[in-house]
Every structure is written in structure tokens, then in C-alpha cells.
Design a protein around this ligand. Structure first.
Ligand SMILES: *[C@@H]1O[C@H](CO)[C@@H](O)[C@H](O)[C@H]1NC(C)=O
Ligand SMILES: *[C@@H]1O[C@H](CO)[C@@H](O)[C@H](O)[C@H]1NC(C)=O
Ligand SMILES: *[C@@H]1O[C@H](CO)[C@@H](O)[C@H](O)[C@H]1NC(C)=O
Ligand SMILES: *[C@@H]1O[C@H](CO)[C@@H](O)[C@H](O)[C@H]1NC(C)=O
Length: 417
């Protein structure tokens, strides 16, 4: 007995039994079904074509890389040691913080400025005075790694004597005299071949003769960072700049996303964060050989030495199982980059695969042994942690590449563990 159904388009449809014995309803359901199948088929076809086209149009050839998800136990056990503190506001993207002997802080901002932050007499940053040391614009045009930002982007700083050395992702390496604010351009991006693409961080040798700085990889600027991350390639450089001779030397050019830099205690090696592999690596200064690597639970960023001669490694991108899948599937990464615009891809990858609110500082000794770690696991105080600096009085300054403030943690004030 044929059924009558309300939502059937029934103006000229009766429920007559057709010649082959089926009813109109069955025919309708069949067409709807085949219609769905048809669209699924077209959808899949479109997706496959995009993936194939993307694969060939991709800006890079992706290489396989394993990302391990470390269990947060032992010296990596999670806590809330960095979750409470104060903030120094109105500082967009303060990626790195250094302190001078008078307790002033210096940082580089997303709008290109390098600023000095003077605490009040009691050392408090609550009503700190912020002074511009540079205005973030470069008046005489220098070669730039990208014009997309429209200004400089100081990302790594170190102080030696009166000289504040600054690595800038857009323009290279410069120094600012902190007494008279005179500015010197030291290394332009075109001073080395291949040219610098993404200068990132630096350290100064203890005798003050050399600057060691990183260039993330040889293809992508800061404005195309996600292509670098997704390619997984290992063409990052560690460079040495001889301050008196002004000569540059490439120490190694095989780093997987060269980021934070720290000269080791024995002065024979430089420790570098390899952000595309979530590890830090000791590089022999003379030979450029990799001495040892230590896996991190996050994408490591800035490195600093602390007063017990250990190091702090700061970072925030903690990979999840999707990140593990994505990085284990180079074809997918290569294809996606071929048809998804860079900035959309950046949001997608950062939202789906890394937790940038999960901030971690790992303390490690010179033998590469992890001692303990400090966390702000839900982003209560900060997010996008890029660098942690131990201040002279034991407080900790937390820098971030995206937050609009510097976080200040006082370990003497009770922290929830
Ligand atoms: C520093 O530069 C910023 C941005 O250009 C500006 O808004 C601010 O007024 C400057 N501060 C001082 C003290 O000149
Ligand atoms: C700033 O001080 C440095 C070091 O004392 C000196 O070499 C430089 O000429 C000074 N610059 C200006 C503009 O006074
Ligand atoms: C650095 O430059 C100085 C001055 O030219 C020179 O004496 C020294 O040997 C150089 N050091 C290295 C490692 O190149
Ligand atoms: C951090 O924030 C979460 C909610 O976002 C809250 O439940 C937790 O108590 C906070 N922890 C600290 C240490 O402030």
C-alpha cells in the first residue's frame, strides 16, 4: 500500500504505482539519496583536487617530522608557579625582557619600538615609566625581510655594558647605547649570503667580543612563519658577529627553526631552541657540530641563564594529538599550504594543534638534565610566553610575542602549587 507523505512535492504526483512496481515516494527517496551521494562525491572530488593542486602549488616541500608529546611528570610535573602576578600594561608583544644594573627593564614591541621601563623607587612596576628608545620606524630605507608589518620588529635583546644589542626580525642586528641613546646598525639582512630571512634572537659572549644570533630558516620571514613551521625544514642558522672586526661567520645552517640563543657556561657552545622540533640543542662554537639535544614539552622560544648557572627555556605552544598527526603527515601540510592563505592557516594550526595559553618554563642544567619546571597552564597570568627573565631580586619577568603586557611573578609571594 503506497504511503502518503506530507513533505512530498505532490502537486502533480500521485501515489500511483509505477510500471516497475515502485511508488513515487520511493523514487523521490531514491533521487534524494542519489543527490546526497552526488554532492558527497562532488565534495570529495573538490577536496581531492584542492589537495592535489595544493600539493603541487605549495610554497614548500614538507619533510617528515616527529613531534613527541611529553608526559608532564617528574621534573616536568605541572604546577601554578607562574599563574599569579602583576602585569605591566600597554606593551604590545613584548617578546624579550632584559634588566640593567639599576633594575630598569628593556623590551622590543610589535609596533617596532624598543622601550625602557623604569620601576618606581620601591622597585614596583605598578606605576612604571615607559620611555621610547626607538620609534619603531626606520627612516632611511634599509633592506627588510618583509614590508607587511610596516615597522621594525625587535624580537631579541641583550645588554652588555652600556650597549643594548637588538635582533630585529625585519632589519637585522643593531645596538642602542642606553646612556645617550645613540643607535648603530650592526648587521643588515643583506650582509650575508643567503640574506637573513627571519633574524630572531641573540646572546653576547661573556668577553663582549661576539654576538651570536639566529635566523629561523632560509625561506620565510616573520610574516610567513607558518610556512616555516609546516615545512619542518632544517635550514636555520646560528651566526657569529665579531664586534671589533665586524665580520660575520655562519656557525651552522642546519637548525630546525632556530629561535632562542644562549652561550653556555663553559663558553664552548651555544644553546639554541629548535622550534620546529620542540627541542634545544647545544652547538659547538668552533665546529658547528650538534653536541646534544633535549626534547621539550612545548615549542621552545627564549633561553636565559639564571643565577645558579642553570638555564630557563620558555615557551607556550604545547602540541596536542592533532599536532602529532599533522606533523607526522607531511603531504597534508604541504597540500594545505598550497591552497589555504597563510594567515588563515596560521590561525587554524595554532588553534587546532598547539595550546598557546599553556605557558611553561623548563629549568635545565649544562648537561641537559631537566631540573624542574614552572607553569601557567591555563593562561591566568599570560599567554604566548616567549621569554622568562630572572630579575636581580628573584622576581620573574614573563615576555610574550602576543600579549599586551609583561607579566611579573614574585616567587616570594605564596604561589599555589
Ligand atoms: C612612545 O611612542 C608611542 C607610539 O608611537 C607614543 O604613543 C607615545 O606617546 C610615546 N611615548 C613617549 C613618552 O613619547
Ligand atoms: C654615545 O656614547 C658612546 C659611548 O660613550 C659614544 O661612542 C658615542 O659617540 C655617543 N653618541 C652620542 C650621539 O653622543
Ligand atoms: C675578531 O676580530 C678581531 C679584530 O679584528 C680579531 O683580532 C680576532 O681574531 C677576531 N676573532 C675571530 C674569532 O675571528
Ligand atoms: C586560573 O583560572 C581558572 C579559570 O580560568 C581558575 O579556575 C583557576 O582557579 C585559576 N588559577 C589560579 C592559580 O589563579
Amino acid at each position: 500500500m503506497p504511503l502518503r507523505k506530507r513533505n512530498l512535492p505532490d502537486s502533480h504526483l500521485g501515489d500511483t504505482v509505477l510500471k516497475d512496481g515502485t511508488t513515487r515516494l520511493q523514487t523521490y527517496q531514491r533521487t534524494r539519496c542519489s543527490c546526497l551521494r552526488k554532492w558527497t562525491f562532488y565534495g570529495l572530488l573538490l577536496w581531492c583536487s584542492l589537495m592535489v593542486a595544493g600539493y603541487f602549488l605549495s610554497p614548500f616541500h614538507a619533510i617528515k617530522c616527529e613531534i613527541s608529546i611529553l608526559e608532564l611528570k617528574g621534573p616536568l610535573t605541572s604546577n601554578y608557579k607562574l599563574a599569579q602576578g602583576t602585569r605591566i600594561p600597554n606593551l604590545p608583544g613584548p617578546e624579550c625582557v632584559v634588566e640593567d644594573e639599576n633594575g630598569n627593564l628593556y623590551t622590543g614591541l610589535a609596533d617596532g619600538r624598543v622601550v625602557r621601563i623604569q620601576p618606581t623607587k620601591d622597585g614596583s612596576f605598578e606605576n612604571a615609566k615607559v620611555e621610547n628608545l626607538t620609534d619603531g620606524k626606520v627612516t632611511n630605507p634599509l633592506p627588510a625581510t618583509t614590508h607587511k608589518l610596516g615597522n621594525a620588529r625587535p624580537s631579541g635583546l641583550r645588554l652588555h655594558g652600556d650597549n643594548l644589542f637588538v635582533v630585529d626580525c625585519v632589519y637585522g642586528l643593531y645596538s642602542i647605547n642606553i646612556r645617550n641613546l645613540s643607535f648603530s646598525m650592526l648587521v643588515q639582512i643583506s650582509d650575508v649570503f643567503p640574506v637573513l630571512k627571519f633574524p630572531n634572537d641573540l646572546d653576547i659572549s661573556s668577553n663582549g667580543n661576539f654576538v651570536y644570533f639566529t635566523d629561523v630558516d632560509d625561506d620565510y620571514s616573520v610574516a610567513q612563519i607558518m610556512y616555516g613551521v609546516l615545512s619542518g625544514k632544517c635550514s636555520g642558522r646560528l651566526l657569529e658577529y665579531n664586534i671589533s672586526s665586524k665580520k660575520l661567520r655562519v656557525v651552522t645552517s642546519q637548525l630546525c627553526g632556530a629561535n632562542g640563543v644562549q652561550v653556555s657556561i663553559d663558553k664552548k657552545s651555544v644553546i639554541v631552541s629548535e622550534m620546529y622540533r620542540n627541542r634545544v640543542t647545544w652547538i659547538d662554537i668552533l665546529t658547528g657540530k650538534h653536541i646534544r639535544s633535549v626534547q621539550m614539552p612545548m615549542m621552545p622560544d627564549g633561553l636565559t641563564k639564571i643565577n645558579n648557572n642553570n638555564y630557563w627555556i620558555a615557551g607556550s605552544q604545547v602540541p596536542n594529538s592533532f599536532a602529532k598527526f599533522l606533523f607526522g603527515t607531511p603531504m597534508l601540510r604541504q597540500s594545505l599550504a598550497g591552497f589555504v592563505p597563510h594567515d588563515v592557516l596560521a590561525i587554524f594550526v595554532f588553534v587546532c594543534s598547539f595550546d598557546f595559553r599553556h605557558n611553561i618554563v623548563v629549568e635545565i642544567n649544562d648537561q641537559g638534565k631537566i631540573i624542574h619546571s614552572m607553569y601557567d597552564p591555563y593562561g591566568n597570568l599570560t599567554y604566548g610566553l616567549a621569554h622568562a627573565t630572572q630579575l636581580h631580586d628573584g622576581r620573574i619577568a614573563l615576555a610574550s610575542y602576543i600579549a599586551h603586557f609583561i607579566g611579573i611573578v614574585d616567587p616570594n609571594i605564596l604561589n599555589i602549587n
